[in-house]
Ligand binder design. Structure first.
Ligand SMILES: [Fe+2]
Length: 319
């Protein structure tokens, strides 16, 4: 007969852990997440919320995890659609999962446009107006994080709801072709140089291998874009690798990009585990001892978002 005192705590821990997992296949895209887009078919896009509401006012969604220092959601933008230029009081990143996204940063009536592909990212800097558009041949799926648990509504710069021309809005406020500049990371122009600090391309990443046997690529913080309220790394976890439990004084989130991982939570010597597949997420609260392992058939990649802009303090150890 099992000893109930040994079973109950892990059952409780398993129940808690279940409440911090967001599964891609069990969530739904919301085509009415952004009230400013209502009535404008050109602005159509859908949002899937994991943590907090992001740029949507839908803060009472019961299927969404509570945000602490950042939000975490996906946005699907169909071919030919655009999001009008706007700015925020806080940083926000777009990490592309599928398709090619055109992101425009606005300086007055001039716009610099960068095209981003899978695993590329832009961190939209504080106060810089930006918009995005799908000029490609497939829907864009991107992961969006805003550096506040409760972001304010965006401030629109050139939006058809303000009476602006729809084609002017589509180019984020650039009235003619000579006002639109393709992004060049090596340009000496200060606007391109500023943007270059905020655009991270997967092909240019240098994986930093550690003693625990996995590689880290800094997207926000470290050698990546300048962080404000959070950091983000892409973790490359080879097949068979496992790390020892660690805890932080802030939350971290894992979001699987490729492969599958096993995540464990530990409390009073007991552990419970969950496996996460592509586009599944777990939110590990501050103070929670947790770890990850790759039991899958291939190497895995996942993003780790940490609720502080400060440098990494965890010394990861192989299990
Ligand atoms: Fe934005």
């Amino acid at each position: 007969m099992p000893d109930a005192s040994q079973i109950a705590p892990s059952a409780e821990l398993a129940h808690q852990m279940q409440g911090f997992v967001g599964r891609y296949t069990e969530k739904s895209f919301d085509w009415d997440a952004f009230p400013g887009s209502r009535g404008f078919p050109d602005l159509q896009r859908a949002q899937l919320r994991y943590v907090g509401a992001g740029g949507s006012p839908k803060t009472n969604d019961p299927t969404t995890l509570k945000a602490e220092h950042f939000t975490f959601s996906l946005v699907n933008q169909p071919v030919g659609k655009f999001a009008a230029s706007h700015s925020h009081e806080i940083v926000e990143h777009f990490m592309i999962l599928q398709g090619v996204l055109t992101v425009g940063w606005v300086w007055g009536d001039e716009v610099i446009e960068a095209k981003l592909g899978p695993k590329d990212m832009v961190l939209n800097s504080l106060g810089r107006p930006h918009g995005f558009r799908n000029d490609g041949i497939e829907p864009v799926l991107m992961q969006i994080t805003v550096g506040s648990g409760t972001p304010l509504a965006p401030v629109h710069v050139c939006h058809p709801a303000q009476g602006k021309d729809i084609e002017l809005s589509r180019t984020f406020g650039a009235a003619s072709a000579d006002k639109i500049h393709p992004f060049r990371a090596d340009s000496s122009d200060h606007r391109h140089a500023h943007m270059a600090k905020h655009v991270m391309r997967y092909r240019d990443m240098t994986p930093e291998w550690n003693d625990a046997g996995f590689a880290i690529m800094n997207y926000v913080g470290g050698t990546g874009a300048p962080p404000q309220n959070y950091r983000m790394d892409l973790i490359h976890l080879p097949r068979g690798k496992e790390i020892q439990p660690y805890a932080r004084d802030v939350e971290d989130v894992y979001f699987v990009i490729d492969g599958a991982i096993t995540v464990g939570w530990e409390e009073n010597g007991q552990t419970v585990e969950k496996r996460l597949g592509a586009r599944d997420l777990i939110f590990n609260p501050a103070g929670r001892a947790h770890y990850f392992r790759n039991d899958g058939a291939t190497d895995a990649q996942f993003t780790m978002v940490v609720g502080t802009p400060k440098a990494e303090t965890v010394a990861f150890k192989a299990a």
